[in-house]
Design a protein around this ligand. Sequence first.
Ligand SMILES: [Zn+2]
Length: 426
Amino acid sequence: MFFLASVSAAWTHTATAGEFKRITVTFRFDDYSSCSSTDFEVGLLRIFGKQGIPVTVAVIPYHCTGSTHNPARQKLSPFTAEKAEILVAAIRAGTVEPAVHGYSHQTTRSDMIAEFVGLPLAAQVERISKGKTLLERMLHTTIGTFVPPWNRYDANTVEALEGLGFRTLSCGCRRPPGGTSKLCFVPVTCRLCEVAHAIESARASTELAPLVIAVLHECDFREVNATGDAMDLGDLADLLRWVKSQPDVKTSTIGQMAETNPGLTLARCRDYWRITSGSHPWLPPSVTNDLPYYPSSATLARLKLAHRLEPVVWYGGVFAASFGVAIPFGLVTFWVLPRIACWATCVVWASTVAFTLYAFRDFAICCPGAVAISFLFGTSIALCLCYRTIRKNVEGGEYTIPLVQRAENTASSYQATSMRHEEGIA
Ligand SMILES: [Zn+2]
């Protein structure tokens, strides 16, 4: 009885899962620094404050004064009291959570744009520690969230953050390192202009507690970047008003998200990256990598399995179908028109080899190419089997070269044998 009641309760919970769905949305504003546009940032923070929506602001402690893409030695511009004052007021109002966004946001290498990847542990500890100390002193608060510039970091960054007392690392679409960590990992899932789509996708999913993490930069806005299809602050106000009006959506900072959502592990972050990174053009259309929200570990494991199995089902299905159709067709043709059947087999095999070499010419293959190769191999192998079957049934495997002649002899020999046999019976 108790068992039935439990099952019934579980079923009821599943059936009404939509009622319990809670989508958590976080906004991460990057690159606040002594070099960023103060007027714009004041306007932006005012809009977040007016809607009562918190935002995590990733602050650069010592911005380099030249190009961030130039690894040559540059003068640094430390965070200023004026910029700190704006944030301190917003932190006290509860609308801003500060995060450390690197040290100088200047690449340290010429082969890749990254501040931390490849740096020794001691150098990373020194940079992050200096930045954290400056910001905590100027903002009068402890900071537990780190955002690596360009979302690039490595295992040394993770170790440095753990040693320096950080709790959360917010990253992006870059490959996470291997191993484990006690930090919480909160990857960005969409851009600001994709927030509505991300919320709708999360709502349509079977997830009970999907997370949406949106990143925004000043260059996303027409007030700073006049080119492109950027939004303006009016659009941001409209978007935040819409987000606020959604009954199943709550907003939080990255730190709050990490505190209230268990299981934000490095392994989960890696799985999310595996599923969403790259376009995987060879995957069938049923396997999607459009995941603008952060699902649970269980969903990610299921999607990982689907990424492995669905191509097998798709392309195996095409192979089996073409094989199944070609077998009766091949048997009849080899029987009735052996010369044509042999030539057709040679042409199909030549096409299969040529098309396969062409499809893999740049070691990349798209879904239509994979379908065509599966079809050609299914047909080619079926035709070969037809040839072998006819040959064995007719002459017990004794053949002469060339192939066409053999098939022709096979058919005529079989016909003569059949006639003699029939005459004997008659
Ligand atoms: Zn940045």
